[in-house]
Design a protein around this ligand. Structure first.
Ligand code: ASP
Length: 320
């Protein structure tokens, strides 16, 4: 099997073949999820804990559904009511949970690198559900599956990522994944929302939507991450929408069959026109949500197989 990882902390360490392995397995789960009976036993007997230190709608609920469909016992740790609020450190919380022998730990945290740190302290497989501005690997994988299904391939496409690039872990993970798969990448947004060292990311940079969208096969919009801004990054929402909000006119500069994506949550009328977001002929936003469950099932299934293999090896060693 091509997927050897112990944890899923980011796209960075993955080989293209590992990415394809996740997408191929996820296709099987798309089929399962469309049936009336959606049960598999890939995680039977295993315990999955979801630990979200930052708000989430889609990611947390889809990890929960994914785990349940695979037969795991799923626990959502409510951070608001946990000892974290009483000052317990992330590491103490991790060690406490580790003592309960979970098999999969799904973690979202506002600090970049926090999930990697936690993974070093526990015995189970850790999945990064988004850490600060760093990575959001399952989002990039579900985006890749959505693109592959809509376009028939995940290579040699022109893909425009637009908006608040600087604060976006979605942009970062997508740039890494889509770059590994040899696509032509464009970043479009105001210079204030471009990260430092953007030239090294292997993408063309634009601050004009119409120019940057020219001939694009995929248009990926990003949310303005106001919670990560500490000053005036944009003059006003109105002005931002006028220059960078995606509407039918700006989209007309992309390829005639270009698809529109958004990871959610969307600010309608800020980064995207509401009618365009709902236009099922152009927007694949709901497909992204559907693919999210299947991709998370595939990731947890693959990590669980590796975990079983590792534990089997350890038991065999003690018997020698
Ligand atoms: N839901 C995505 C994330 O957690 C995108 C966003 O919040 O804008 O990064």
């Amino acid at each position: 099997m091509a997927f050897r990882a112990r944890h899923l902390l980011g796209i960075e360490p993955l080989q293209p073949l590992e990415i394809t392995t996740v997408l191929d397995l996820a296709e099987r789960y798309v089929e399962l999820n469309r049936r009336t009976v959606k049960q598999s036993d890939a995680l039977a007997g295993m315990t999955q804990i979801n630990m979200f230190f930052e708000a989430s709608t889609r990611t947390q609920s889809s990890f929960e559904i994914a785990g349940k469909r695979l037969g795991a016992d799923v626990m959502n740790m409510s951070v608001a009511q946990s000892s974290v609020k009483k000052g317990e450190t992330l590491i103490d919380t991790a060690l406490t949970l580790n003592a309960m022998h979970p098999d999969l730990l799904v973690v979202r945290h506002p600090s970049s690198g926090a999930v990697n740190l936690l993974a070093q302290k526990v015995d189970c497989a850790v999945l990064n559900a988004g850490d600060g501005r760093h990575e959001h690997p399952t989002q990039a994988l579900l985006d890749a599956l959505t693109i592959r299904r809509a376009k028939g391939r995940i290579q040699r496409l022109t893909i425009a990522i637009c908006g608040d690039i600087a604060h976006s872990r979605v942009a970062r993970s997508n740039l890494i994944l889509l770059g590994k798969m040899e696509n032509r990448l464009r970043l479009i947004g105001p210079p204030t929302l471009m990260p430092a060292g953007v030239a090294d990311l292997g993408a063309e940079v634009y601050d004009d939507m119409r120019e940057g969208l020219k001939g694009a096969d995929v248009v990926m919009m990003l949310r303005l991450q106001k919670e990560r801004m500490d000053g005036g990054f944009v003059p006003s929402m109105r002005e931002y929408y006028h220059r960078f909000g995606l509407d039918a006119e700006k989209l007309s500069h992309a390829a005639p069959d270009a698809i529109v994506m958004h990871p959610g949550p969307m600010n309608r009328g800020v980064e995207i026109d509401g009618d365009l977001a709902d236009d099922i002929n152009r927007s694949v936003i709901q497909d992204q949500v559907e693919m999210g469950v299947a991709v998370r099932m595939a990731c947890m299934d693959l990590l669980a197989r590796n975990l079983r293999r590792e534990r089997g090896r350890k038991i065999a060693e003690t018997l020698v």
